[in-house]
Design a protein. Structure first.
Length: 415
């Protein structure tokens, strides 16, 4: 007991120091713009430039393969950012102690201030908001390199990305008692930060021009990803629509479980600790267990509409927080409790922004100790990641398992 209390005290002290130092530094965008924000959004910012209209050529695919979405009993449902969330927001300035600088921000307002350092949105509407569920759909075409028998093979893919927005983001539903106590004292585990928009579902289609075949599912979870092969890791959906459940409290997407009981999934908030997820071993300060309900264990299916936005819409490319800057213990601003930036800011490592690379990089079987060791040794901060050692292994494993399922791919698709 004394060890547990001492450990809890250490956690609190570390949390206070961690949250306090960045705020004292108050760095402007600085080098972070070149290393992080611009690579994930775009350069030559223009407050009047909303970008290109979406290409509608493959819109029918977004509808054909749209996932079935389930939420946990009592869990939040997705909302419409512009119709449900933004009308209840004000724009604030941290330099003025959080003073309100715009009482009715609009899409145009956001576009003009999306890179204005220290500005942020703050939602003040109902916490039990029942909105209009929306998935923001995007289509990415890319040729992906695979290992062939004698030489690399480049295969054409279409990636269908569905981004869902939730009013708030909580921590995993299952935490050790000392972590639950700490977060309950320092904040609200049900609302660790305001707004949640990075929980995305991506369906990878092998594209031969005439037929598009779903081959993989990529899920964005807690700042990392998991890749699943249809027909190996998850069933091939008969109607082409994979079933996805959003976890209780954290709103992270998982393959919808079957059976009368919810599933538990070990997870981490810091992607550098991903090895813990792979093996279930080791300790990570940000680890917890997500509770995931399926249709047979009480989950509710949610009907939703697909919306398309222009390429530079502020919901995609805003650098400023789109939710409140919440504080630890109500006193100390903290990056982990600050609302998220735009949907394009979806990875801690901009070098990992291509969906073909994401698909291969985050392909790791539970219990794979080789993959876990590679993640542990080569994943660090933004400047401390070594892609190649991990990708060489996970990419090889993905190619191997992919061609077991699709041996015809080399013979029938062009290089």
């Amino acid at each position: 007991m004394r060890f547990a209390l001492g450990f809890l005290t250490s956690l609190i002290v570390i949390g206070l120091i961690w949250s306090y130092i960045p705020e004292r530094q108050h760095n402007p965008w600085g080098e972070l713009a070149d290393k992080f924000y611009i690579p994930l959004t775009y350069s030559n910012y223009d407050p009047e430039d909303f970008g290109r209209d979406p290409n509608v050529e493959f819109d029918h695919l977004l509808k054909q393969f749209r996932p079935r979405v389930y939420v946990a009993p009592g869990g939040l449902e997705p909302i419409d950012f512009y119709e449900d969330y933004l009308p209840h927001c004000v724009l604030k300035d941290a330099r003025q102690g959080g003073a309100i600088v715009n009482f009715r921000p609009t899409r145009d307002t956001l576009k003009r201030v999306e890179r204005s350092h220290e500005l942020y949105l703050d939602y003040s509407g109902p916490e039990n908001l029942k909105g209009s569920p929306v998935a923001y759909g995007r289509i990415h075409q890319q040729r992906v390199e695979f290992e062939g028998k004698t030489s690399p093979v480049n295969l054409p893919f279409i990636f269908l990305k569905y981004s869902f927005v939730f009013l708030k983001s909580g921590l995993p539903a299952r935490l050790p008692w000392y972590k639950e106590l700490f977060v309950s004292l320092s904040g609200d585990p049900e609302k660790w930060h305001q707004l949640d928009l990075h929980g995305a579902v991506t369906v990878a289609l092998l594209n031969d021009g005439d037929v598009q075949k779903p081959v993989a599912l990529i899920l964005a979870q807690h700042n990392h990803y998991r890749t699943y092969l249809f027909g190996r890791d998850i069933p091939i959906p008969k109607d082409g629509r994979p079933s996805i459940s959003f976890a209780l409290r954290s709103n992270e997407p998982y393959p919808a479980p079957m059976g009368l009981q919810p599933e538990e999934h070990l997870t981490v908030g810091n992607p550098s600790d991903f090895s813990v997820v792979v093996t279930g071993k080791g300790f990570a300060v940000t680890s917890g267990v997500d509770l995931v309900y399926g249709p047979e264990s009480g989950a509710k299916e949610v009907d939703y509409q697909i919306q398309r936005l222009t390429s530079h819409d502020p919901l995609y490319v805003a650098w400023i927080p789109l939710g409140d800057r919440l504080k630890l213990f109500g006193l100390f601003p903290n990056v982990y409790r600050t609302g998220p930036p735009g949907i394009n800011l979806f990875t801690c490592w901009p070098v990992l922004k291509e969906y073909g690379m994401i698909m291969k990089f985050w392909f790791a079987d539970d219990g794979d100790t080789v993959a876990a060791e590679l993640f542990e040794n080569h994943l660090g901060g933004m400047d401390e990641i070594e892609i190649d050692p991990i990708l060489n292994y996970t990419g090889h494993r993905f190619s191997e398992e992919f061609f077991k399922l699709h041996p015809e791919a080399i013979a029938t698709l062009p290089n």
